[in-house]
Design a binder for this molecule. Structure first.
Ligand SMILES: Cc1cc2nc3c(=O)[nH]c(=O)nc-3n(C[C@H](O)[C@H](O)[C@H](O)COP(=O)(O)OP(=O)(O)OC[C@H]3O[C@@H](n4cnc5c(N)ncnc54)[C@H](O)[C@@H]3O)c2cc1C
Length: 456
């Protein structure tokens, strides 16, 4: 079979690798000039950084062994070091009750516990709705922790009010289920490690992008093609499968594996899909990220891999220090700015972004302006699927239609509009390939629900 794979992130590359290994002809179409998608490492002009800190961990031995078996992927095992900067203090991340109570001013700690008790009493008489992030978090943590950290951080990350954000995000991302859970975990630490609390992770020497580069080498060694800087502009049905128009040519194939954003894929399919699918797909929105990397003379003091910054005094929502998890990285700090394509942050110039970061960096004791050797900016349009209220119903309409589209399998973070990890994308790619070969199905293999945990 000849199969076109849309997107050369981990999902697309894993699908192509599996198909090529089974003797099929694969052509991967990637819009960017290089492979890797979100799990790429930028290397230019003395800079070397990932698109946000990426730690590899998985519960699947099969996926771990597969990645380990890739040429040139040499994993180091590291212990996570990450904190939250708040009230001019550092709090452990993930949150630990003893650390919260001993770090925050005593009156705030008392207020937090009282608001939690108040919430428990309220829950008996007037339980909060559980559909929104706000209701879910308030009922489990109380207003104190919500107003102090969880609401401001999520407002900044998502750009929408927590009352309009789905509770699915909270259940996927918040590391302990409630303040009561936090207390229990402090007094009686459990032997079983919740995945989100996993503190060790793997990191490939040379940068997270080395996993994709190794997959790409394997594909080309087996005869597959990867066309970078190549974008499909339309898709038609043909007698034998599909015709794909490209910006610079045309391609015929029997089947398609899609991993590009689901709403872009439905647009390419045009009248092959009914109007209600296009309507649902066009309402699915992604959050963008801008990365500003500052290259420095001299060492950076904190040993954190990354630090969350929820307060308004910092325009960035997180920063990472690559050298603390990649020994070959130069001295640099990577700032992440969460935004929408076309908004004020997205349109800021390099100078504007840099000027906005310096006071925060100085305040945090990271560097002073005279240490700066250079700056680099990278923008990515599709970083996070936005789980607003109603996203689940809209996603189901689109994914059901794509599920029934013969000769095409959709998977990956962008393809399924799913907040997931690297290992999930790799596994999904493999199962998409098996589905194309009639041996398995992505949907049956992945039993996703709102509580499937993800990292970034
Ligand atoms: C800031 C951040 C931190 C993260 N941290 C972690 C972590 O610590 N651990 C972890 O496991 N996961 C982490 N993740 C998640 C992880 O990066 C993703 O789940 C994974 O890389 C997604 O792979 P994918 O192939 O599904 O999607 P993508 O990587 O998004 O790949 C899609 C590909 O399609 C291409 N494309 C898009 N449109 C077109 C088009 N029209 N035509 C052709 N090509 C197109 C894109 O350029 C891209 O290469 C993090 C994500 C972010 C954003």
């Amino acid at each position: 079979m000849k199969i076109a794979v849309f997107g050369a992130g981990l999902a697309g590359l894993s699908a192509a690798e599996e198909l090529a290994r089974h003797g099929h002809e694969v052509v991967v179409l990637e819009r960017e000039p290089s492979v890797g998608g979100l799990a790429s490492t930028v290397k230019r002009d003395g800079f070397k950084y990932d698109l946000g800190p990426h730690r590899f961990h998985t519960t699947s031995d099969e996926i771990l062994n597969f990645v380990r078996s890739l040429p040139d992927v040499k994993f180091s095992e590291l212990n996570r070091v990450s904190r939250i900067r708040l009230l001019d203090r550092y709090f452990d991340y993930p949150l630990a009750l003893s650390n919260v109570l001993t770090t925050m001013p005593i009156h705030m700690g008392l207020g937090m516990m009282l608001s939690f008790l108040g919430e428990k009493i309220r829950g008996v008489f007037a339980p909060r709705e559980q559909k929104s992030f706000e209701g879910w978090v308030l009922s489990r943590f109380g207003r104190g922790l919500y107003e102090l950290y969880l609401a401001p951080y999520n407002r900044k990350l998502w750009g929408i009010e927590p009352s309009t954000l789905s509770a699915d995000w909270a259940s996927q991302r918040i590391t302990v289920p409630s303040l009561a859970g936090l207390i229990r975990e402090t007094v009686f630490p459990s032997k079983e490690t919740v995945r989100s609390l996993v503190s060790t992770f793997h990191y490939p020497d040379g940068g997270i992008g080395n996993i994709s580069l190794a997959l790409a080498s394997r594909i080309t060694e087996m005869g597959g093609s990867i066309l970078v800087s190549t974008e499909p502009t339309g898709i038609q049905r043909t007698d034998t499968g599909w015709g794909i128009n490209l910006k610079n040519g045309h391609l015929e194939c029997e089947k398609i594996v899609n991993t590009i954003p689901v709403n872009d894929y439905t647009k390419l399919l045009g009248s092959i899909l009914p109007g209600e699918v296009h309507e649902a797909a066009s309402s699915l929105k992604f959050r963008a990220l801008v990365f500003l990397t500052v290259l420095l003379n001299g060492e950076i003091e904190p040993s954190d891999h990354w630090i969350y910054t929820s307060e308004d005094r910092y325009l960035f929502n997180r920063l990472s220090i690559p050298r603390n998890f990649d020994k070959d990285a130069p001295s640099q700090v990577v700032f992440e700015y969460s935004c929408q394509v076309g908004d004020r942050i997205w349109n800021m110039t390099t100078d504007e972004l840099f000027e906005s970061s310096v006071p925060g960096a100085e305040h945090l004791g990271l560097f002073t302006a005279d240490m700066v050797k250079g700056v680099d900016v990278k923008r990515i349009s599709h970083a996070y699927p936005i789980y607003d209220l109603g996203y689940a119903e809209k996603t189901a309409v689109v994914l059901d239609a794509l599920e029934n589209l013969s000769g095409s399998v959709t998977c990956g973070r962008q393809g399924l509009f799913r907040y997931n990890n690297m290992d999930h994308s790799i596994e999904m790619g493999k199962y998409a390939a098996l589905e194309i070969m009639g041996k398995a199905s992505v949907k049956n293999h992945f039993n996703w629900d709102g509580s499937t945990w993800a990292d970034g």
